[in-house]
Structure formats: structure tokens, C-alpha cells
Design a binder for this molecule. Sequence first.
Ligand code: SAM
Ligand code: SF4
Length: 336
Amino acid sequence: MSPAPANLSPQLVDRYGRTVNYVRISVTDRCDFRCVYCMAEEMTFLPRAQVLTLEELAFIGRAFVDLGVQKIRITGGEPLVRRNVSRLFRDLGALSLRELVLTTNGSQLPRMAQELKDAGVRRINVSLDSLRRDRFRQITRVGDLDQVLAGIEAARRVGFERIKINSVILRHRNDDEIIDLVRYASERGMDISFIEEMPLGVIGDHDRAEAFYSSDEVRRDIERAYTLTATAETTGGPSRYFRINETGTRVGFISPHSHNFCESCNRVRLTVEGRLLLCLGQEHSVDLKRVVRANPGDLATLKQAIRDSMAIKPRGHDFDLAAQPVIFRHMNVTGG
Ligand code: SAM
Ligand code: SF4
């Protein structure tokens, strides 16, 4: 009998017995938008030499898959603004992953949806916080709603297995659009998840404690128009899922503040600089760029460094809305 493929036996297990089988990879810190909760208006981006090359990213992806990782999410920054990023999708798509997925602001989907599908991307998440042009522009500072809506239509046409809308709800900014967003998603057979804002980076736009709108409030608002039934479904992420009885739409809530999801954490993140972050809300990390650049082509050494990192994965994060951010990384560097 031939030996079982390496990725059937989980090799990444941390001190608390959690198996890591999901990696989120930030492929660029750059973006064509400047969302108020994610970035400051003026941002300084990393010099190219500090950013992992597409080849290095594919190599690290391969090491993770060898170690039992089954799901890779490509994110950023805006992943689709990185030049030649399709090549990375093709390389990762050729690995024996259960899922290769993408989080995008949708602006480049009109030109890229088909090549992403062809590369093996099965599911995509598109961020959309408002369906009103002026408000969309205010929240993203520079984004064009029509371009994103066209991107979503392009994605629907090429037939991804699932498209999910991600919405960050901020009090007095877009909390009155919750039902409209749910309706937009359900009319198109898409899922929708609502994300609580996390205190990552100094943003200078609003007071995060004042703008905070909890998942429980979002749920209460939806329940004014629809009936929600909790489901046990999971996509291997931190969302809690409900179904809308009337439409069958799946609604997720990502609630780092109000519902801590650390006990079941199965993920790590690779920053655009090649830092392997063991927790979104803590600074514990391993410099995989250094490992890869000091040992070019040496998969065994890279895999050992990743295995060793499990010893420093923290039990959880400790976000505090009232305090100044303790994490100075912006979401675009971390990979949301
Ligand atoms: N540019 C892509 C996009 O917007 O989908 C991918 C990267 S973005 C950082 C990933 C997700 O993180 C988006 O859905 C965005 O709304 C969310 N996000 C950004 N900053 C956040 C914050 N401070 N708190 C919660 N979610 C945030
Ligand atoms: Fe760009 Fe996404 Fe951050 Fe908005 S949330 S600024 S689209 S990286």
C-alpha cells in the first residue's frame, strides 16, 4: 500500500491541543481603497524588498500543505492589486488543498473573476459595507460602488461555489443598511457575514468604542424583518451561522468582542513581510522570511520552523474597546 499523503495527518498542534489547518496569507499591504476602519488616510506601504515574492509565498504555501493545512485564504491589503498574483493562485491551486479561498474588495473582479475560477479558487468573500454610492465612497474614502457591484456580478457569472458578502457595521455610519445588505445578498443567492470592528492599528477616523455595533444588535435588527435559526454549520472559521427561514440565506456573525472565538482557533496568519502570526490579537510571531531567505529551496527547514511555532501560539487575544490599540499593525498588513 502506498503511504498516506502527508496532509492527512495533522502535524500542527499547539500547546492547547488545537490543530492548525487553516492559513490566511496576506499577499500585499497595498490597496486601492482606504476603508476608515482599516487604514489611515495617508499610508506608507512597505518597500518591495521587504515583501515576500510570489515564489516565496507559493513555497511557504506548499510547506503548510505538507504539514496538514487544508485551507488557504488569500487576503491583504487588496490581494488582486498585486501584479501577477494569478500566478500564485495557480501555484496554490495545484496543491492538494481542500479549499483555496479569497477575500477581496471586489474592485478588480470584473477583469479577474474568470482567471481566479480557472486557477482553482472555489469560494470568495467580497467586502461591501454600503449600497449607497456616496456612503460607500465615505467608508472606503476612494472606492467606487458601481465597480464593486460589477465585480460581484462578474463573480456570479463565472460560477464560484459560493460568494459571501462581508460587512463591517459602524454605528451611525451604516447600521441602517443591515436589512438592505441582507436583502441584496439573499436575492442573489449569496451568504452574508457581519463583522465587529477590531482595534487594529491607529486609524484616526472615528472613536472605535463609539462606533462599535455588536453582532447581537445586528441580529436583533435582522430579526425585525426575518426569522433566524441558528445552525451548527461551520466553514472552519470563527463565524457563528444562522439561516434566514424566509430565504434560506446563511448569515454569519464574526464577533471578536462579544463572543470570543479563541478556544476553537484553528488558524495562523502570514503577514506580507513573511511574519507568521500565531494570533490576530497578539504579537507572537516567527520570521519565516528570514528562514526562507537564509535557506533557499530548503523545504525541511521551513517546515521545522513552522512546526516549532506551535509552541508559542497564545491561548487567545484580549481586545479592549476602551483602550488605545495595543496592536499597532493595521489590518491590511495582518491580512484580515
Ligand atoms: N481588501 C480585501 C477586503 O477588503 O475584503 C481583503 C483585506 S481586508 C483587511 C479583509 C476584511 O477585513 C474585510 O472584510 C474588511 O472589512 C475587514 N476589516 C478591515 N479592518 C477591520 C477592522 N479594524 N475590524 C474588523 N474588520 C476589519
Ligand atoms: Fe483595502 Fe480591504 Fe482594508 Fe478596505 S478593508 S482598506 S479594501 S484592505
